[in-house]
Design a protein around this ligand. Structure first.
Ligand SMILES: Nc1nc2c(c(=O)[nH]1)N[C@H]1C(S)=C(S)[C@@H](COP(=O)(O)OP(=O)(O)OC[C@H]3O[C@@H](n4cnc5c(=O)[nH]c(N)nc54)[C@H](O)[C@@H]3O)O[C@H]1N2
Ligand SMILES: Nc1nc2c(c(=O)[nH]1)N[C@H]1C(S)=C(S)[C@@H](COP(=O)(O)OP(=O)(O)OC[C@H]3O[C@@H](n4cnc5c(=O)[nH]c(N)nc54)[C@H](O)[C@@H]3O)O[C@H]1N2
Ligand SMILES: [Mo]
Length: 768
């Protein structure tokens, strides 16, 4: 039987620390995932559910966006996918009775971990103005409340419609259509905090904000560079792909301030050698870079390539690129001293990387949040693109850009039009298909939405999934901003902090998850998703819904739209709700690449969306060519006595969803308030291992932000750098500290002072 949720809030700040590990997965991973799954689901449901993950007739794993291979294992999931499934398919329930027992004030004092562990939401709940207790409400009344507050706005732009990245293509398409018929482009999403920098850099340089490689390309590459990514925890199935590539002779360079276990060695739980044997060593060259040093690294590599006789692909450059001369002039000025300062690497290490790049005829560069969440993230990624362009490594097999996306359908949501700055052609197509005039003015992204709430310019906040107040930066500022709203609404599967930091009125609308059967008037429905490599396929849940009161996300949008838009809309919302095939027919007519959507998605495994640079070496940029760029080199500086702090994920969390209190590969157990510091820095700063400290971030305007009670852990991170978990440390990230151009919060480079304190044992941390 499944276990009960914890009753008290566990102490989170007395972690046990052992040495970090040097290999990922293997038997402990299997055992760990099954234990967590059993606790949440019991034995029978565990077996039934996990066998359907990522199968052609099953549901898409709600974990990450890594693609599935065409030939699948019976168990095509990973330890962390199993945790994501267990978290959703749990047998624990949050009922109206639970809300009667726990006031909002009480819940606001619990940790995020505790809230999530209570189980699935089962009924729509309403928090009336001035009340401290959520009460059950009918769906009809809930939609009525939203309609009232939307009608009272002086402009549609006073409403904000946020999306997290689990929402299906069908729900996302309807949601943006509803927001635009209502009259606003205020469609911020989690991408604004995630791969927005990749989108900005890639759109400008290659003309499309998506990666240019397919899974097979990884197996054909001579060299894969993995920069700023921890796949052992966040994309574990990527390790199987890297392992397969290695067995075919591919070399791997890892660029990271932390030696991440998963990239050192992988023990594949799908084969005997991985289960019992030593596994496969993955990384050939580890570049332990300083936080934010990547642009300088790629810049000097580009200079060195330019200076090597015969190393650049002149044919490709002449035919397909623009801006080479400018770029060349700038890159040749790259300076060794500055490079070594910015990267913390040695000249020998960089020359070794160069030799591997020159020896490779086909190179792929993969990256994630380690590159995207810096002030200079966009020029950093553009420098990565410069290297690939120099070598002609875009648009041929085994080579290309590979931004590894986070949420399982974050890429699909963007394709469906969830974007605050939609392309005019997309709006034209909507206008033609649905016969209304979409707003043309750009809407608010995440950071701007927080400012608008703070300044009273936005009054209704609606979230399709996610956990806005915990995921966003500057927790105190953001919470105060959200509290100023007239109404906050969350379509959610699980309880989280955003339900208890609310506007004057609040609604929780419980919805179906990926694992559940979705039955509508037109029969059983499936939805579709797009993975990190542009593959679109069906996802069909098989479990009985967590409660008979749940509505699917498409149904919620359809009913809301009918209620809010009424006769002003000629869109067939009722048909859409009954039969999702009718939504796909419209998507097929509006979005290029989805022609014959219903027919093609019926094919097991789905289909691949077109990608002009990958498929035809055609670059739909403003110049019509792939653009070399020449940006000044930047890197973060920490003054004397300060360190650069990155905020990252532990092994037992999915963003703000905390599965458990361990970070197994990093040797942290039973706690999350830790700060990882290089022992040499710790010696200079008098921070003994096991001592306790406050983290204080210092911002350029002179303001400081503080969070208390972190255990110092001596850890082999790069010199001058520290690391601590998100979302506990979001309180330290200034709202204005964002990436240029993409406006992504720069959560990977905070200047911090670590102030040693007498041991302070903090219980029941709220932000965690
Ligand atoms: N189990 C699990 N899976 C997940 C998630 C999860 O929370 N849990 N989250 C999902 C989401 S939404 C996303 S976006 C992805 C996130 O996937 P990742 O980007 O892998 O996640 P982070 O933990 O933020 O790790 C950032 C990595 O970059 C390194 N890094 C930090 N700064 C720098 C830098 O300046 N330079 C370089 N070269 N490296 C740097 C860090 O040391 C760390 O290894 O994972 C997705 N999958
Ligand atoms: N400091 C710092 N901050 C960061 C980051 C960082 O590295 N450092 N990473 C950023 C990144 S990359 C991202 S993507 C964001 C994540 O930001 P979000 O996407 O907003 O956050 P999540 O924690 O993924 O959202 C979890 C909630 O989603 C709901 N949910 C889960 N499944 C479903 C579903 O199927 N439907 C619906 N409607 N709801 C569902 C559950 O109620 C759950 O509580 O955080 C960002 N914030
Ligand atoms: Mo993300």
């Amino acid at each position: 039987m499944a276990g009960k949720p914890p009753t008290g809030d566990p102490v989170q700040d007395a972690p046990d620390v052992t040495a970090p590990q040097h290999a990922a997965a293997g038997l402990p991973a299997v055992a760990h995932s099954l234990r967590m799954a059993h606790q949440q689901m019991g034995a029978r449901r565990t077996a039934l559910t996990l066998l359907k993950v990522n199968q052609k007739d099953g549901f898409d794993c709600p974990g990450c966006a890594w693609p599935e291979p065409d030939k699948r294992h019976a168990a095509e999931f990973c330890e962390n996918g199993a945790k994501a499934v267990a978290e959703e398919a749990t047998l624990r329930r949050v009922t109206p009775d639970f809300f009667a027992r726990h006031t909002v004030t009480d819940l606001a004092g619990r940790s995020g971990y505790w809230l999530g562990q209570q189980g699935r939401l089962t009924q729509p709940m309403y928090l009336a103005e001035g009340s401290d207790t959520y009460e059950p409400v009918s769906w009809e009344r809930a939609f009525g409340i939203i309609a009232e507050d939307l009608a009272a706005l002086s402009s549609p732009d006073e409403a904000v419609f946020y999306t997290s990245g689990r929402t299906s293509n069908e729900a996302a398409f309807l949601y943006q259509l509803f927001a635009r018929e209502f009259g606003t482009n205020n469609l911020p999403d989690c991408s604004n905090m995630c791969h927005e920098s990749s989108g900005s850099a890639l759109s400008e340089t290659i003309g499309i904000g998506k990666g240019s490689v397919l899974l097979e390309d990884l197996y054909k590459a001579d060299l894969i560079i993995v920069a700023g990514q921890n796949p052992g925890t966040n994309h574990p199935r990527m390790l199987s792909a890297l392992e397969k590539a290695k067995h075919g002779g591919t070399k791997i360079i890892t660029v990271n301030p932390l030696p991440e276990a998963g990239l050192e060695r992988f023990k594949n739980p799908q084969n005997a050698r991985g289960l019992a044997g030593g596994g496969t060593a993955l990384t050939d060259l580890f570049l332990q870079i300083r936080l934010g040093g990547d642009q300088a690294l790629f810049r000097i590599l580009n200079r060195l390539v330019l200076e090597t006789e015969g190393a650049v692909d002149t044919g490709f450059i002449d035919e397909h690129t623009h801006g080479f001369d400018d770029f060349r002039r700038t890159a040749l000025t790259a300076d060794w001293d500055e490079t070594l300062r910015a990267t913390g690497l040695s000249r020998a290490e960089i020359e070794q990387a160069l030799a591997m790049i020159l020896a490779s005829k086909r190179t792929i560069i993969c990256w994630a949040m380690g590159l995207t969440q810096h002030k200079h993230a966009v020029p950093t990624i553009k420098e990565v693109v410069n290297l690939l362009l120099l070598r002609g490594d875009i648009g041929r097999p085994g080579a290309g850009v590979c931004p590894v996306r986070g949420h399982s359908n974050v890429q699909g949501d963007r394709t469906m039009g969830i974007f605050e700055r939609p392309a005019p052609a997309f709006l034209d197509a909507l206008e033609k298909e649905f016969g209304f005039t979409p707003p043309r003015e750009h809407g608010l992204d995440v950071v701007r939405a927080i400012r608008a709430l703070r300044d009273g310019h936005a009054k209704v906040f609606f979230a399709m999934g996610g956990n806005f107040v915990s995921a966003t930066p500057d927790t105190e500022v953001t919470e105060a901003a959200v509290r100023r709203a007239r109404l906050t609404v969350h379509v959610s599967t699980k309880l989280n902090r955003s339900h208890v930091v609310t506007g004057a009125r609040a609604l929780i609308l419980p919805t179906l998850g990926r694992t559940e059967r979705d039955r509508q008037a037109g029969g059983e429905q499936f939805v579709t998703v797009e993975d990190s490599m542009g593959m679109v396929h069906a996802s069909r849940g098989g479990l009985k819904p967590a409660s008979p009161h749940l509505l699917s996300e498409p149904a919620i949008v359809c009913r809301l739209a009918r209620r809010v838009l009424g006769k002003n809309s000629t869109t067939p919302w009722e048909d859409f709700e009954q039969d999702y095939g009718t939504i796909r027919d419209r998507i097929a007519r509006v979005i290029p690449g989805f022609e014959d959507f219903n027919t093609r998605v019926a094919h097991p495994g789905g289909f691949t969306l077109p990608h002009a640079p990958r498929d035809e070496r055609r670059f739909p940029t403003t110049t019509g060519k792939a653009n070399f760029t020449a940006s000044p080199v930047e890197y973060p500086h920490a003054p004397e006595g300060r360190l650069l702090l990155q905020t990252l994920r532990s092994h037992d969390q999915y963003n703000t969803t905390i599965y458990g209190l361990d970070d197994r590969y990093r040797g942290i157990k039973n706690g999350r308030r830790v700060v990882l510091v290089n022992p040499d820095d710790a010696a200079e700063l008098d921070l003994a291992d096991g001592s306790y400290a406050d983290l204080v971030s210092e911002w350029t305007d002179g303001t400081e932000r503080r969070t208390a009670g972190f255990r110092v852990v001596h850890y082999p991170t790069a010199r001058g750098c520290a690391a601590a978990y998100y979302p506990e440390t979001n309180v330290l990230v200034p709202l204005d500290h964002t990436a240029d151009t993409s406006n992504t919060p720069a959560s990977k480079s905070l200047v911090v002072r670590i102030e040693r304190t007498e041991r302070t044992e903090r219980k029941n941390d709220q932000a965690g």
